[in-house]
Design a protein around this ligand. Structure first.
Ligand code: GUN
Ligand code: FE
Length: 454
């Protein structure tokens, strides 16, 4: 167990019970009858054995009566990290999954995203998506917004209001041959990106930061990609985009960028592959391209629901992990029809099982490994693992209080079960009813308060 002798002046919360998290060494580490203290800044002050209560309460200056005791069917796990989600697309989630990627974008996505110049519409959808993801346990989300700067800033305001940790990207695109009104000039795109970054940073939201967001290579000229690479480099910012999602897309990128030898090289050439870059999908990347990810420190967001729903491909996560590329999970709403990271966990396991059906020698991902991807893996993919991802002393307390056995919930227990079984049942069958409390940076953000109640 992690040990800390650094007494904090005040402890905001102390919990006693089962804590389950991932570490670099262990995909699922279970701490039974543990004591976890959160300081007034929302950071984990200590994790100790329950039996040490007297000693710890003296060292940290709290009364043992302040301890919140979890019940038998409860545990805490780290909040989940959605490494790729399109907030505006929440407006048509669960529909329109009858076409492959490029037709889907032109037919449904671009016309709908163009509606976000209307701030009232944006406010409505962005409130809905932040609430829905938070109560489903997404404590950190990496959002695409739309090309509209003011609506994208509003998404940042709303994430802040609800207390979600978020990276928010104003989408950049200066090519759109199908929905001609939904694009910007190259100049407008990088100038508005600068304004977006400056205005969002000026708000000094502790948990909400901008991310440079070229939509994907087919939506951006080389000139725009180059400008965005510069902006990210000069301001040390996160970067997100899409890569190698579908075979037709990969072929068009090769035709369009003839002097780059791969899709990955296109982004690399424009300084868009850094250790703060996350690229969605990557279903069709070669090993050589994955090595370039590892060398630059860039990561992948695996979006299995979307990859299946749009018939894009099956990412071989085992191969990505063997090549030591950082990887997290994403819902990719609305290419994915679920905003819940629990769905992403299940679809990630199922995708791996489909690969095993195709090739019995495939080394199937375990639920333990996928639990790590949904939490610590996601935080590493977003280079936020110094702040979140697991219960290490000094990190922010981003956590879900899970009760596997709530009345009328989705899970029936016939007998007391050990914590690992509780976790497995929750990951496979649980839903937001089982997530009784959500904490971000030590603050309880679910259940919603009056302030965040619509
Ligand atoms: N590639 C470019 N834009 C998008 C998008 O909005 N969703 C998905 N899934 N892929 C994309
Ligand atoms: Fe996407």
């Amino acid at each position: 167990m992690a040990n800390s002798n650094r007494p904090s002046t005040t402890t905001a919360h102390i919990f006693r019970g089962t804590f389950i998290h991932a570490t670099q060494q262990t995909a699922v580490q279970i701490l039974e009858d543990a004591l976890l203290g959160v300081d007034t800044e929302g950071k984990i002050a200590f994790i100790r054995k329950g039996e040490e209560l007297d000693k710890v309460s003296q060292a940290f200056g709290f009364s043992p009566s302040k301890v919140t005791q979890l019940t038998q069917h409860e545990f805490f796990m780290p909040g989940m990290v959605d490494t790729h989600i399109h907030a505006p697309q929440y407006s048509y989630i669960g529909t329109a999954l009858d076409m492959p990627l490029l037709e889907w974008l032109n037919t449904y996505t671009f016309p709908m995203e163009s509606r976000f110049k209307d701030m009232d519409f944006a406010r409505k959808v962005y409130n809905q998506v932040v609430r829905r993801t938070l109560r489903n346990g997404t404590t950190t989300a990496c959002y695409f917004a739309t090309i509209h700067t003011d609506a994208s800033l509003l998404l940042g305001d709303i994430a802040h209001k609800f207390g979600q940790r978020a990276l928010v990207g104003k989408v950049c695109m200066d090519i759109n041959n199908f929905v001609k009104h939904y694009k910007e000039s190259s100049q407008e795109s990088h100038e508005e990106t600068r304004r977006f970054i400056a205005e969002l940073l000026e708000k000094k939201y502790p948990l909400v930061k901008p991310v440079v967001t070229p939509r994907f290579a087919l939506s951006c000229t080389g000139a725009l990609l180059g400008e965005l690479g510069e902006i990210a480099k000069n301001n040390n910012l996160h970067i997100q985009s899409h890569i190698s999602e579908n075979v037709e897309e990969v072929k068009l990128v090769k035709d369009l960028f003839r002097d780059s030898k791969s899709y990955t090289e296109v982004y690399h050439k424009f300084n868009l592959l850094t250790d703060k870059t996350v690229m969605a999908h990557g279903c069709h990347l070669s090993d050589e391209e994955l090595v370039l990810f590892r060398e630059t420190g860039a990561s992948l967001s695996h979006c299995p629901n979307s990859n299946i729903s749009l018939c894009s491909g099956l990412l071989n996560v085992r191969n990505v992990l063997n090549l030591k590329v950082k990887l997290g999970l994403g819902t990719d709403v609305a290419g994915g029809y679920s905003a819940s990271m629990l769905d992403a966990v299940r679809k990630a396991v199922e995708t791996s099982k489909l690969l095993t059906i195709q090739d019995p020698k495939h080394d199937t991902l375990t639920f333990e490994e996928v639990f790590r991807l949904a939490t610590l893996g996601g935080s590493q993919a977003l280079s936020l693992d110094n702040q979140t991802g697991n219960f290490e002393v000094g990190k922010d307390f981003d956590a879900l209080r899970v009760n596997v056995s709530i009345p009328d919930g989705p899970i029936d227990l016939v007998q007391p079960e050990e914590p690992k079984i509780l976790l497995e049942k929750f990951l496979n069958m649980g839903d937001d009813r089982n997530i009784v409390e959500v904490y971000v940076a030590g603050k309880k953000v679910v259940p919603f308060t009056e302030l965040t109640e619509e």
